[in-house]
Design a protein around this ligand. Structure first.
Ligand code: 1GP
Length: 256
């Protein structure tokens, strides 16, 4: 395992930033507590030396986030970051949490409402807070994220809307931008949109949703994603994780 993944080396945000500046392509494996049944994915992630686990889901029906984090922490040193579908997914045994502001939408509850309610719990939790401008992009079909958030995603080919939204997010002081087609997206976010957004912001860019192959992962990194997030593809084919991580490590050397 690459030692810089360990928390003692510094905050998660500074790790993301350092790796971005060094041109290292980063990979997060998204684990949905509802679907977490074996530690195979954790063992593969250790072997592949991935950068982060993201834990959470837009809707949880029976999964236990606390138990899921506990099992991962017991079996891995890779940082665990909550990617919350709601304030019910705050859990202080993780290392950090994406404090999401859904800036592509116009639902005040997901821009500030839930944050107000969660603030005392977040303060108490001791979690590293990673304030994130979360941008949902239309990916060919309605996703759980767009349905549950009651927001309209940005049309897949409207790069200028994504660019202005990301710019505004950075100007507001958010520290990460996350372009997401949503879990199980039919198509990943288009390369042109990733490139356009990356060229206008200086904070790290996360891209996820519908990335299913080495080729699609490489395309996202090469277009400017600093960190890609993959979930569904590994649920279908856990072994793919080794190939994607290998591509990240090779991409970091070839394309910096
Ligand atoms: C969803 O970006 C994540 O919010 C990952 O999506 O499960 O489609 O890889 P997938």
């Amino acid at each position: 395992m690459r030692s810089e993944n360990r928390r003692s080396k510094g905050s998660i945000y500074s790790i993301i930033l350092d790796k971005m500046r060094e041109g290292q392509k980063q990979l997060a494996v998204l684990i949905d507590p509802d679907k977490f049944e074996s530690i195979e994915i954790v063992e593969l992630a250790n072997k592949a030396a991935i950068d982060y686990f993201f834990i959470g889901g837009s809707l949880m029906s029976g999964g236990n986030i606390q138990r899921c984090i506990q099992v991962i922490k017991k079996n891995s040193d890779i940082p665990v970051i909550i990617f919350p579908g709601s304030s019910m997914q705050i859990c202080n045994t993780a290392d950090g949490i994406l404090l999401l502001s859904l800036i592509s939408g116009r639902n005040p509850d997901l821009l500030i409402g839930q944050h107000v309610l969660a603030a005392p719990y977040l303060k108490e939790s001791g979690l590293e807070l990673l304030s994130t401008g979360y941008i949902l992009v239309d990916s060919g079909r309605a996703t759980t994220a767009s349905y549950i958030s009651n927001t309209t995603p940005i049309p897949f080919d409207k790069n200028e809307i994504a660019v202005c939204t990301a710019m505004a997010g950075e100007m507001l002081g958010l520290r990460l931008i996350y372009l997401d087609g949503g879990s199980g997206a039919l198509h990943p976010v288009r390369e042109q949109m990733i490139r356009a957004v990356k060229s206008t912001i200086s904070i790290p860019l996360i891209v996820g949703g519908g990335i299913k192959s080495v080729g699609e992962a490489r395309a996202a990194w090469n277009s400017g994603a600093d960190l890609i997030v993959m979930g569904n593809a590994f649920e279908d084919c856990p072994g793919l994780l080794l190939d994607i991580a290998d591509a990240a490590h090779k991409n970091s050397i070839i394309h910096t």
